[in-house]
Design a protein around this ligand. Sequence first.
Ligand SMILES: Cc1ncc(COP(=O)(O)O)c(C=O)c1O
Length: 424
Amino acid sequence: MTDFATIRKEFPILDQRIHGHPLVYLDSAATAQKPQCVIDAEAEFYRTINAGVHRGAHELAARSTMAFEEARAKMARLVGANATEGGEEIVVTSGATAGLNLLATAFGNASLGRGGAAAKRFALKPGDEIVVSKAEHHSVLLPFQELAARTGAILKWFDLDDEGRIRSDSADEVITERTRIVAVTHVGNTTGAITDIAPIIRRAHEVGAVFVLDACQSVPHLKVDFHALDVDFAAWSAHKMYGPTGVGFLYGRRDLLEALPPANFGGSMVELAWMDQEAQYMEPPARFEAGTQPVAQVVAAGVAADWLMNIGMERLEAHEKTLTDELLKLGDIEGVRILGPRDNEHRIGTVAFEVDGVHPHDVGQFIDAQGIAIRVGHHCAQPVHRHFGVYASNRASSGVYNAVEDAQALVEAVKQVRPFFGVK
Ligand SMILES: Cc1ncc(COP(=O)(O)O)c(C=O)c1O
């Protein structure tokens, strides 16, 4: 079994100095670095089998189609979805944001009566409710807020507790008989808190609502099984799980995908098109994959999924728990407040913090000068920052390649921030 020190060596980008210091990369929640096998897979695709998928009759097209579909199946295995031909539950998108917008647009189309009787289960009318949470990334909040505005539905949300956890214990009150859609994050991208989604899913299904999971920050860090969780839809991005940028995935339970009307229109998603009649669309997943897909990136994302499964998600989770223990020591520094759970239970190694008296950008610059990369800003999650009474924060986030020494280096650097800026 490869140890984590050896796994780290698979990431060429980490072998460099920044501002004269060895690079410490603690910004994996924004985007993760890529192992050599993922970098190679993309180049190898272009070198050997590049061709349009599901189109040509020539050999290269057959090979690229096979590689594309194999990658879909690998991704399905990683998240506990169906991979059998004709029963696929994974749709290729250009990222989590695209997947969530696809869903919101498709629900909006269903609300206009598109997709026939089968799509009625997704239709919204004035007074219906859509439920999100204050912990959402803007890529969940905004598409569903827009959907509410377009359909006359009411946007409601789960509140957060003092540690920024979604108050799933209020599911019975927040989700009502009028709720049609519930969309929440599996892991907060600011707090690192793992949402207790079971009571939310149970209640959503009790009232006949569709449950959408933002799995962006869970798929790279935790073992997830969408069937076991009874999730209806889930979206995530490849670039946060050590795969390429420009590609993401949308899980949909097969019967739901079959009932969902398309959101994007164009080539490769239609069986029959006429000038004067309505088009006849393909079965999922093709129905949702209009236009040329990022094939090389999908193939490389499949390699990333395999690579993660080879390491073992439970093993990765245990490794990151030791990093989280170290990162949480940030909270022991005088004048530093963690925006999220202080204990290492039901959380991942994404730790946002505020340094009293020093602007987050100054903190970020000071840390960067020591070769340590962390995130600065509101992390596309303004409501959760407002919940903590701040506009912005700093965020350290761990990945498979981090060693305990990386987290220690950050803690030591943060200790110097307030003295450096002369804050008493
Ligand atoms: C929780 C969460 N949801 C959604 C997204 C959006 O992902 P992308 O920008 O890859 O579409 C992010 C990215 O930061 C995220 O952290």
